[in-house]
Design a binder for this molecule. Structure first.
Ligand code: FAD
Length: 574
């Protein structure tokens, strides 16, 4: 490892640790906090003993942090990558009851997650939107017309779906009117029902931002290396700042392992990996342009091997997935193979033959690892998605499995346990807590809010499309973005950044702990998935701004994961 250098930047002394593992800027010596608050958070975390430390900044961990903090527990959260960089930015991006669980007779999951959809929507309508889903009924398919009708009726009943969103059964003609691209000769009709579309990474971010607003100390790129014990009980964690290489301790009365696909790694370190263990499966999605696949209606369709896939329109793109295969490889960057891609293309072309999608049409992709609980003799798609809690004799509590949709209920279970153990029990209130950016006073006010704010953005010089993107993405936080644009358009000009990009970037640095360009392009804006042209256009000016902002000595270290993703996308088209 190279020698750490100290430099003076913006009246602040900064330690630069040059090793690959240590990557970045950071660490104040002389009083002033780096502009993204990272050093201040770390200093705060080191100083105190918390009621609760959560390991893992995916939807499970962030949900626990919000609930715990709201119930008065002094809470810290660490995430070894960026927030949501694990499974929580790699899902199908649906807040759904999971129709497939009905097929597996898991009524409890259907009821609980089904009911949760409305709550997740109400608390953050800027990240979650109702989306009518079409379930084609095909000859020889998984669902028949009668069983679909009964199934969807039960789905509505269990999920307590409101009247306007209750399922409809469509005949063949009605179905083709909605989705003319469907293969006609095997089509019998369809079920038509409501699910909710989300941005999983932004949902996770809005949860952790709300927790931070309430007092949680949360930091990304900080890894739990191992546990600290006293009299056989876990009382803290030795952590490493992945960006600086600095090592320090965090003390807490209770520690929750919410490390998703990595929970068993931490259970092994704790010596408590006994009984049930994780079974990891991989799911891949591909993204194509609507120019190639003009689908305007979300469809949940059968492949002929019995697996089900989603095709979901999103702005000018459509994403399709997922595969569901056993996975044992790299967890940080799960690999999407060309077989995965071909499987999805074949399945799509079979049911939408007019689309005739080719590998060169794939504009982007993502792969995610699902942390399921092993069940003897069951295949990847048969294993239950229910969550499970493991208790260690050391006091470590682990939560695994579950779904994005059920995050709030998972958090409630954990915080009930922790708060009772600490003799600080208060009832859960997260069903009525608006997430960060979600203060519209009810989802019914969202539309009016959007319309008026878009106009405000236009007055600042944004185009309607740019303004709309910002308003819909940031919700009520868009005022902060507009403030940045109003006060600092000269900086935007200096770096050749459009007002939209500059506002989003500066906001993400100020409020969302962005450390690397990939954090911005993949998890703050998801442009790497759904707007690859936008990513390519703004990549260099964004890197240039971030490089000056953080005073990077070797910017290659920060951009290598973004470059790698971009080149993987190119290879994926071959
Ligand atoms: P993660 O998001 O993986 O978070 C765990 C975090 O812990 C990671 O970010 C990791 O970096 C961090 N970590 C690990 N070890 C350490 C350590 N030592 N120190 C610090 N941090 C650590 N659910 C739905 O409801 N709807 C869907 O449409 C849906 N689709 C899916 C599609 C696919 C392909 C997959 C794979 C899953 C899908 N799911 C869906 C399930 C859902 O995405 C997951 O249940 C959920 O995201 C898991 O969140 P998590 O927080 O438990 O795990």
């Amino acid at each position: 490892m190279g020698r750490t250098q100290t430099i003076l930047y913006d009246k602040t002394y900064i330690n630069i640790c040059p090793s690959i593992d240590c990557l970045c800027f950071s660490s104040i010596i002389g009083g002033k906090i780096m502009s993204n608050n990272r050093n201040k958070i770390i200093a705060d975390i080191k100083e105190q003993e918390f009621d609760l430390l959560v390991i893992g900044g995916g939807i499970t961990g962030t949900g626990i942090a919000l609930d715990a903090q709201d119930r008065g527990l002094n809470t810290a959260l660490i995430e070894m990558q960026d927030f949501a960089a694990g499974t929580s930015s790699r899902s199908t991006k649906l807040v759904h009851g999971g129709l497939r669980y009905l097929k597996q007779l898991e009524f409890h999951i259907v009821a609980e997650t089904g009911q949760e959809r409305a709550i997740v929507y109400e608390n953050a309508p800027h990240v979650t939107t109702p989306e009518w889903m079409l379930l084609p009924i095909i000859k020889g398919g998984t669902f028949g017309m009668f069983s679909s009708s009964i199934g969807l009726y039960m789905y509505d009943f269990l999920a307590k779906v409101k009247k306007s969103e209750k399922r409809k059964m469509l005949n063949k003609d009605e179905t083709l009117k909605r989705v003319p691209l469907l293969r006609e000769d095997i089509l019998k009709g369809s079920g038509y029902y409501v699910e909710y579309k989300t941005d999983d990474a932004r949902l996770t971010l809005e949860v952790i931002k709300k927790a931070i607003e309430k007092g949680t100390k949360a930091i990304n790129y900080t890894k739990a290396e191992d546990f600290i014990y006293e009299n056989g009980k876990v009382i803290g964690v030795n952590v490493k700042d992945i960006l600086t290489g600095e090592e320090f301790k965090i003390k807490a009365k209770k520690i929750v392992n919410a490390a998703g696909p990595w929970v068993d790694t931490l259970r092994e370190k704790d010596g408590s990996k006994k009984g049930k263990y994780l079974y990891l499966t991989k799911g891949v999605h591909i993204v194509v342009s609507k120019d190639k696949f003009p689908l305007e209606q979300a469809v949940y369709f059968d492949n002929d091997d019995g697996r089900m896939l989603f095709a979901v329109p999103r702005e000018n793109k459509v994403y399709i997935g997922t595969t569901d295969t056993h996975y044992k490889d790299d967890l940080i960057s799960p690999k999407a193979t060309k077989e995965d891609r071909d499987y999805i293309l074949d399945a799509t072309n079979k049911i939408f033959p007019k689309a005739n999608l080719q590998k060169k049409d794939v504009e982007s992709f993502w792969a995610g690892v699902r942390p399921l609980i092993h069940e003897e003799g069951k295949s990847a798609s048969e294993i239950s998605r229910k969550d499970e809690i493991f208790y260690s004799d050391t006091g470590l509590i682990t939560i695994a499995g579950g779904k994005l949709t059920g995050y709030r209920k998972m958090a409630e279970k954990i915080v009930d346990i922790v708060s009772k153990d600490l003799d600080k029990y208060k009832p859960c209130r997260t069903d009525t807590i608006a997430l960060s950016g979600g203060n519209f006073g009810g989802s019914d006010k969202f539309k009016v809010f959007v319309e008026s704010k878009i106009k405000e953005g236009e007055k600042l010089g944004l185009t309607t499309v740019e303004s709309s993107r910002l308003v819909r993405r940031y919700g009520t936080n868009v005022d902060k973005v507009f403030e940045i644009i109003k006060n600092d358009f000269e900086t935007a000009n200096k770096y050749n950044l459009s007002l939209e990009v500059y506002g989003a970037l500066k906001y993400s640095l100020n409020e969302e702990l962005v450390c690397k360009p990939i954090d911005f392009f993949l998890r703050r804006t998801s442009s790497l998935l759904f707007d690859i042209e936008w990513t390519r256009k703004w990549k260099d000016p964004v890197i240039s701004f971030m490089s000056d902002y953080f005073n990077w000595e070797n910017k290659d270290l920060y951009i290598e994961d973004l470059e790698k993703y971009l080149s993987e996308i190119e290879e994926f088209q071959e």
